[in-house]
Design a protein around this ligand. Sequence first.
Ligand SMILES: CC(=O)SCCNC(=O)CCNC(=O)[C@H](O)C(C)(C)COP(=O)(O)OP(=O)(O)OC[C@H]1O[C@@H](n2cnc3c(N)ncnc32)[C@H](O)[C@@H]1OP(=O)(O)O
Ligand SMILES: CC(=O)C(=O)O
Length: 520
Amino acid sequence: MHDVKIFDTTLRDGQQGKGISFTVEDKIKIAKLLDANGVSYIEGGWPGASPKVEAFFKEIKNVELKNAKMVAFGSTRRASNSAEEDVFLNKIVQSGAPVACIFGKSWDLHVHEALKISLEENLDVIESSIAYLKKSGLEVFFDAEHFFDGYKRNPEYAIKCLQAAEAGGAEVLVLCDTNGGTMPFEVSEIIEAIKPQLSTALGIHAHNDCELAVANSLTAVKHGAVQVQGTINGFGERCGNANLCSIIPSLKLKMGADIVSDEQLQALSSLSHHVYEIANLSPIDSQAYVGKNAFAHKGGVHVSAILKNPETYEHIRPELVGNKQEVTISDQSGLSNLIYKAEKFGIEIDPKDPKLKSLVQRTKELEKMGFTFEEGEASFELLMRRKLGLFDRSFELLGFRVIDEKRGHDEEVIVEATVKVDVNGTIYHTAAEGEGPVDALNKALRKVLEVHFPQLSSTFLTDYKVRVLNSEKGTSSNVRVLIETTDGKKTWGTLGVSANLIEATWKALIDAIEYKILKG
Ligand SMILES: CC(=O)SCCNC(=O)CCNC(=O)[C@H](O)C(C)(C)COP(=O)(O)OP(=O)(O)OC[C@H]1O[C@@H](n2cnc3c(N)ncnc32)[C@H](O)[C@@H]1OP(=O)(O)O
Ligand SMILES: CC(=O)C(=O)O
């Protein structure tokens, strides 16, 4: 495989995605991560477009980058002025970035409709803009905007635009699928058709409007492209840009391109999550390679096979990209799912133990009632231990009562819970007020339990979700309550199902507490 360079545009095109806005500090953090992860070029933004971009370029000069070069983005010059006079081209030069990437028109429609200049004038605009940046000492890439659409309408003119960029001295001619509507077979055909007419290296910049940006990028590389532009997690305008979190492992593991080291590849999942966190977005669990579910197995047939050999249902070992294998428990589980989980929980089992078969059945019955153990794994571990005779309750409930009292439209609700429990033969009766019924119950219960089990004092609820299961029954529907609890180090999920919201909550709460007591 020929040499391929990764060009990241998360900080420029990625930020053109709706809902994504990075501060200068965010951009510095991301640039450092990209550099550490082996990216060759980092496009920092369009100097002159916003003061934030200029502040970024000023700030990034103080950061020592080990792998990557900074790139300043912009457009070809305005037709009404020379390149030397062009405000934006001069902003690129002043940014201090050693590399410039400018976009220019290669679709005649855009020249006529958007720029409103002649086709000849546009060729001069492209060549003179690039020549000026080259003369200013920069490495220059030309983003041929709408190249594939332009080529399909007027191939001669689209090629002339690339040749004008070549004449100006561009180091790489980047073919842009700006509207994201090109098919991979078109990318193959068009690249093969233009190659003989050019002597400059090609790059690819694909958008994801047909969910093909990654496929188009890899196809372009297969046909000789030496630069792939994309963004972390595929952030970008409309449906996003080509996702580098898929392109990097595909290039390295499937196409043999030596673009990042093994260690950098292992940091990919973490890079993806960091960038989501900085962008204040929730990660997409089903994301290829780096998503939480990318190697999660649910069907019993799959789990049975991966226990024998993971290659049966995994296209790569998850550790190569810093991800991990997971097995979930559901109504589609078989004995193999349970065996896998038992090992994970540290429970020694005899696979022939008939209790396991009855646990598979019980799991399916509970799932039918509305339990989803995929999210309530701690509840499943307790169920498994109970079924195998490996778990005794730490306390017995003798009763609880929750009172909600409201005495007028504008009055606050007063909530009080009383709890009666037996701990090691001693009976306790406690009461507490709370912000709501869950809070009051939790407080009343903890008054007793934290005395006997001090480890509980470090635990608190981080999430509480309620889902109505059979909504056609209206207010008498079953509800599922999912609780997430943490002790600061570990987080675990528990659940309860009932037609009564308080009862469903109680079950989830008790499992959360029992789980912590069990784990010490
Ligand atoms: C495919 C891409 O993603 S390209 C990058 C797109 N990103 C952005 O646009 C984000 C940053 N942009 C901006 O902040 C602003 O658009 C600016 C500062 C660049 C320009 O702002 P304004 O001068 O107010 O112009 P406005 O945004 O209304 O229109 C864009 C202008 O650029 C011109 N233009 C578009 N492409 C090019 C090009 N390749 N070369 C030269 N001029 C171009 C348009 O014809 C239009 O000019 P006009 O005002 O004479 O009609
Ligand atoms: C240049 C660019 O961002 C595009 O054509 O999509």
